[in-house]
Design a protein around this ligand. Structure first.
Ligand code: ZN
Length: 568
C-alpha cells in the first residue's frame, strides 16, 4: 500500500473553452482521496462506466496507476481521449464527495443502498446531463458543434452540479419530493452554488479571470487597490466566468449565471411570477450567496493585516478569493445537517447555515460571512426562518427524558434513537397516530478552527407521514383547495432534525411538523404548499423522481419537454 493519503489528478479548470494566455485549455491539479483503483476508474464510491447508448459502444476502462496522475500531454488528449474524460469525471466527483465528507465530519452515503455511484461520461448524444436515483448514476451527454464533438463531462461546473444533486439526495432524500416552490429551487440553486465555489476555489481560474486586464503583467504583479472593488470582482470574476464558459454546451447554465449576477436586490423578488419556476427561483439563492462571497473577499483584501498601500499583489487577491470560496463552500455544506428533513424553504437554509457555522467557528470577524449572508439574503427578501435577528435557530428549550436509553447505541442504532423519540413524543409535538420513523442517524466529528478540538454531534432525522383524503384536511387545520375532489388522496409529511451533543443532550430541534390546528405557523406553511401543488397539477400525475429531474434539466437546456425513457 502506498503511504500517500491523497492523489493528484489533472482536471479541466472549467471547460474546454476557458483557455490560458497561450491558447491551451486551462487545467488544474486537484487532490482526491487515495484508493487503489480498478479500471474505469472504479473506486469504492464512484465507478466510471464508459458506455455510449447512442452508438452502443463500450469504451475501454481508463487505468490509473498508484501514484499521481500526470498532466495531459496536449489539448488533443484532453478533447480526444475517452480515458482522460473518464478520469476527469472521477476526479471531480470524488473531490466533491471529499469536500462534503470533510465539511460534515463523517462518511456521506448515496440515497440508494449501493455503495458505488455509477458515472457515464459519454452516455448519449444529447445536450443533457443529469443525476438519476433510479439508475444510481450520473449521466453526461455529448453533442456536435459542426464536426467537433463537445463533451459535457469536461465541464467542471456541470460535473460538480450533478454530483451535488446525488450528495444532497443522499443527505436529505425528501428534498426532491414535491413541496414548496423553494424546495424544488433549492436543489438547483444549491448545486449551482457548490459548482461555482468549487471552480472559484481553484486559484488557476481566479488568476485567469482577474488577470484579464492589460495592466496586469503576471502572477507576481500588482494591481491598483482602486481596481479591486466588489463591482469589479463581480464583473471580472463572476460575469467573466460566464463570458468564458462554453455558451453552447449549456446556453441555459451560462445565462443562469449571468442572470444571477445581474439580478438586482429586490425584497419582493420571490413573489414575482417568473421566479416561481424552480431554476429561476434557484438563481435568487445563487445571487444572494455569490454577493456575500464577493463582499467577504473584499473584506479580506481590506483586512487590517494587509499592507495599506495603493497597490495589491495579484497573488494575494487570488489566494484570498480561493480561501473565501472554500470557507463558504464548507459553511453551505454544513448547513444541510441543520435543515429540517422535509419541506425546506430558503429561510430554513439561512438559519441552518448561520447556526451550523456558529457552532464550530465562534468568531466570524475574519470573513464576516454570517452577517454578509444575513444582509444579502434579506436584500432578496429571504429572512431567517428562526425569526431571530442573529439568524440562528433557537436552542432546544427542553431536554429529552432518556430513561432506559443507552447513549452509546443512540449514536448508531436507529431503534435506540426511535425509543428516545417515542418516549418524548409529547415534547417533540409528534402526532401519535402518524407513521413515524428515524430516516437517518449520523454521528459526526468536526474540527473547530478556533481551538483545533473536535466537536462531536449526532444528527437524526425523524419523519412523520399520514395519508388522508381531501375531505379530512380540516382535521389538520387545512382548507381544501377550490375544486379539489373530496376523494383526492393526500400525503402529509412532517419531521424534525434532532442535533445532539456528545453527551446525548438535545442542542437543536429543527422542525417542520405535521400541520395541527393548534399551531398556526405549521398550518400556514402546509396550506401554501398544498395550494401550490394543487395549482401545479401535482395531484394529477405520478411523475417519477428521475422523470422530474430529467425534465427540469431539459427545460433548462431549452429543449422540448418530451419525456425520454431511460436507456441503460
Ligand atoms: Zn440540476
Amino acid at each position: 500500500m502506498p503511504e500517500q493519503r491523497t492523489r493528484r489528478m489533472p482536471v479541466l479548470a472549467q471547460d474546454s473553452s476557458v483557455r490560458r494566455d497561450d491558447g491551451g485549455i486551462l487545467t488544474a491539479s486537484v487532490s482526491v482521496p487515495w484508493e487503489g483503483l480498478g479500471g474505469g476508474p472504479a473506486g469504492h464510491r464512484v465507478q466510471v462506466i464508459d458506455y455510449d447508448a447512442t452508438t452502443d459502444t463500450m469504451y475501454a476502462p481508463a487505468e490509473v496507476g498508484d501514484g499521481d496522475v500526470p498532466d495531459p500531454a496536449d489539448d488533443t488528449e484532453i478533447l480526444g481521449d475517452p480515458a482522460f474524460h473518464a478520469r476527469n469525471v472521477y476526479a471531480l466527483a470524488m473531490r466533491t464527495l471529499a469536500r462534503f465528507e470533510y465539511a460534515l465530519g463523517r462518511r456521506v452515503s448515496w440515497c440508494f443502498s449501493a455503495h458505488q455511484l455509477k458515472v457515464l461520461p459519454h452516455a448519449f448524444q444529447e445536450m443533457n446531463s443529469f443525476y438519476s436515483r433510479e439508475a444510481q448514476s450520473l449521466v453526461f451527454g455529448y453533442y456536435h458543434r459542426g464536426d467537433e464533438p463537445v463533451f459535457m463531462c469536461l465541464s467542471h461546473d456541470i460535473v460538480v452540479h450533478e454530483t451535488t444533486h446525488a450528495l444532497v439526495d443522499g443527505l436529505r432524500s425528501r428534498f426532491m419530493a414535491p413541496s414548496s416552490a423553494d424546495q424544488a429551487a433549492f436543489h438547483e440553486g444549491f448545486a449551482d452554488i457548490v459548482a461555482l465555489l468549487s471552480v472559484f476555489s481553484l486559484g488557476e481560474v481566479l488568476y485567469k479571470l482577474i488577470a484579464r486586464g492589460p495592466e496586469i503583467p503576471d502572477k507576481d504583479g500588482v494591481i491598483p487597490r482602486s481596481a479591486v472593488t466588489a463591482e469589479s470582482l463581480k464583473q471580472s470574476v463572476l460575469l467573466g466566468l460566464a463570458d468564458d464558459m462554453d455558451a453552447e454546451s449549456g446556453a441555459a447554465r451560462v445565462n443562469a449565471l449571468r442572470r444571477s449576477v445581474g439580478l438586482d436586490p429586490d425584497p419582493n423578488v420571490l413573489e414575482r411570477i417568473e421566479f416561481g419556476e424552480p431554476h429561476r427561483r434557484g438563481e435568487i439563492l445563487v445571487a444572494a450567496t455569490m454577493r456575500a462571497f464577493v463582499d467577504a473577499w473584499i473584506r479580506r483584501l481590506e483586512a487590517p493585516e494587509a499592507t495599506m498601500t495603493d497597490f495589491i499583489e495579484v497573488r494575494r487577491v487570488v489566494e484570498e478569493g480561493a480561501d473565501v470560496a472554500s470557507t463558504l463552500l464548507t459553511m453551505a455544506i454544513r448547513a444541510l445537517d441543520y435543515t429540517p428533513p422535509v419541506h425546506l424553504e430558503f429561510g430554513d437554509f439561512l438559519s441552518a447555515i448561520i447556526t451550523a457555522d456558529s457552532e464550530i467557528r465562534s468568531e466570524d470577524t475574519k470573513y464576516g460571512l454570517r452577517q454578509g449572508l444575513l444582509d444579502w439574503f434579506a436584500a432578496y427578501g429571504i429572512r431567517p426562518a428562526s425569526g431571530r435577528d442573529d439568524g440562528r435557530w433557537d436552542p432546544s428549550g427542553f431536554q429529552l427524558a432518556s430513561e432506559g436509553v443507552h447513549f452509546g447505541s443512540l449514536q448508531t442504532d436507529p431503534v435506540e434513537m426511535f425509543r428516545l423519540v417515542w418516549a418524548n413524543r409529547a415534547e417533540l409535538n409528534l402526532a401519535p397516530s402518524a407513521y413515524t420513523r428515524i430516516a437517518s442517524l449520523r454521528p459526526c466529528i468536526r474540527t473547530s478552527p478556533d481551538d483545533g478540538l473536535p466537536l462531536h454531534e449526532t444528527v437524526a432525522e425523524c419523519l412523520q407521514y399520514v395519508k388522508i383524503r381531501a375531505s379530512e384536511l380540516s382535521l389538520y387545520g387545512l382548507d381544501k383547495p377550490l375544486g379539489m375532489p373530496d376523494a383526492t388522496e393526500i400525503a402529509l409529511e412532517g419531521g424534525s432534525t434532532l442535533i445532539l451533543d456528545d453527551y446525548g443532550r438535545l442542542k437543536y430541534e429543527v422542525h417542520n411538523r405535521l400541520p395541527d390546528p393548534d399551531r398556526e405557523k405549521d398550518v400556514d406553511r402546509a396550506q401554501r404548499r398544498l395550494q401550490s401543488l394543487w395549482e401545479q397539477g401535482h395531484f394529477d400525475q405520478g411523475a417519477s423522481f428521475a422523470a422530474r429531474l430529467a425534465m427540469m434539466h431539459r427545460l433548462r437546456a431549452g429543449e422540448p419537454t418530451v419525456p425520454r425513457n431511460e436507456v441503460w
